[in-house]
Design a binder for this molecule. Sequence first.
Ligand SMILES: [Zn+2]
Length: 437
Amino acid sequence: MNGSQRPMTKRAFLAAAGAACAAGCLGSAEPEDDESGADENGAETEPERDPEPDPGPEPPEATLFIDGDPREEFWDRGESWQDCEHLDDWELLAGSLEASTERAYRGSRSAHLTSAGDGEVRVRIPLSGYDLTETSFSLAMYIESPGNHYSPSFDVNAPDCGRKLHFRTRHKIDEPGWIRYDLGVSHTSSLASADEAYATISWAGDDVDWYLDDLRAVPVEREPKLFVQFDDSLRSTYDTAFPIMEEYDVPATVYTITGRVGNSRSLTLAQMEEMQEAGWEFASHTHTHRRTGELSLDEQRAELEESKRWLLDHGFERATSMIAYPFGSFTTDTMDIAADYYDFGTHGQRGSMNRTISSPLSVNRHPGDNPERAMALIDLLLDDRIPTDTLVLYYHDVVEDHDVWIDPEGFERTMAYIDEVGADCLLTSELRNQQYE
Ligand SMILES: [Zn+2]
């Protein structure tokens, strides 16, 4: 990796932890970075082999159910920049805008934006009092247009950065409901005004009925971190990606379809154990990979519970409180159910993200399948004038001649680039653990 010794040390430690786990230890969910000794359930682990009493704190035990709701724990992160109770300084550029008492994420009102037949909405809000090289944003949105992926735009003219910053998020709406999003920079462009800082929030596409609330400015950390993930626990993750990542010493998290382990296109249990011993980790991608947000509540619960139970039963404790919703399909009901089992849920977006996560059950990430795009995002991550400190790249298949997924050459090129620029790569559970320290 880079010149810093930290990733190497961490990798060696994780490899040791993984090996110990494969040998049958208990309670190895968070083998490090948990100096508080407290986990989500406060449970203690029985020492299995050591007859001597251990005076130090026991590592927390991974359990099926967890206490509390992580959304409530973090929703105050950062500073409320626009509470949407009064919209006096909002300038309407397209569509219509009103302060609505009909819906509110918090407080009594939200900003209600609608387009009028042309699918366009745009507002401009002045931004002052923030150093935009170290400030990112989060906001709560409610969209009354289920069925489509939507990509609202949040663009900041940032003289501090010498550039215009384009923040993005993206989510498929199955049921309308309030969801908070942490935004990250997707790309940059030339300044529109050299001395004026402002944000433009806009929508272009189908007509929309859109509520915004509780826009927050959140601080960006100085140390950029990169995370690599795989969805669907496919055979190519072991056959193709794993050897390449071993070569460049990059660890990864696999979101596992637990009901498919051992199938012809999926990882086998033995392969998963070998990867865990090498420092990788396995989280949930549900049991059978149906579109979570479209299932009945009972079916959703079964998918989420069964998957976590499988990981716990098979010795993959480290990342069992993390889930990726298949096809990015989830609703507020899904998050309510997920909160019983998971404290870190993820979907897909377009861009980087901010490590000050205020919405731990709808964490953003970016598909890495286009190597040039992935490398451009890595450049943004490492640019200390741009307010982004975290990039999560996720992959599916790594195969030749595919329209959607990445080929082995592009994948290797991306990993080599990560190595060349010295990006600090960590396991996603470390991102999760940082939230709960
Ligand atoms: Zn999937």
